[in-house]
Design a protein around this ligand. Sequence first.
Ligand code: MN
Length: 241
Amino acid sequence: MTDDSGFDTSALDRTERMVGAAAVREIIDLFLGRAPGELGKAIEASQNGDLETSAKALHSLQSSAAMLGATDLLEHSRKMYRLARDGDAKGFGAGTEQLKDAMDKTRDYLEARRRAGALPRIALVEDNPDNTLLVRALLEDSYEVDDYDDGESALEGLGNVRADLILLDISLPRMSGSDVLRKIRSEPELAGIPVVALTAHAMSGDRERFAQEGFDGYIAKPITDERALIDTIEKLLRARD
Ligand code: MN
């Protein structure tokens, strides 16, 4: 739906259902990091008589605006693209303020959307189905949970559906949790995700050992303290934002 605000809010909802909240945040960040500057350059180029450069920038702005559901920005960038393409410097000059306004509104909208965010996404890598059920039950109200029963499927799944945090069992078939962590840290796309070790055989010195291996946190199984689990997760998610 497009409301008076000039945004089709269902566009990002659809994208979020497909790729997850974390990926939508990345899409928004990419746009905010790049598009306002590119628009500035497009306007500057038009003032220097280089409408071809302006047209190019506005062309790519149209597709971003469409994906984000920024209908006002889409409409204005479409109109300005045509003016630039047709070499109408005067018409282009007359439209720049409206275009800048549409970009400012889009930025406000996306920043608000980012803050409101959907539930953080947690990947649980655990081969024991009872533990998976338990952790799911504890977390499901506050987070989106994707579960994987071994390291291979987790690494594959994480490539498609990004997680905000990973709970990683240490004792897994074939690849151990420590092996999986090394893989995660070696993938540029995944390297920054906080990873919490889950271990069934708690021993003194574990916390230090897992920290040394590069885990961001540590939870001993059986999980009896729901609060401690959620506190650990929340602390890491806040540190990431
Ligand atoms: Mn296990």
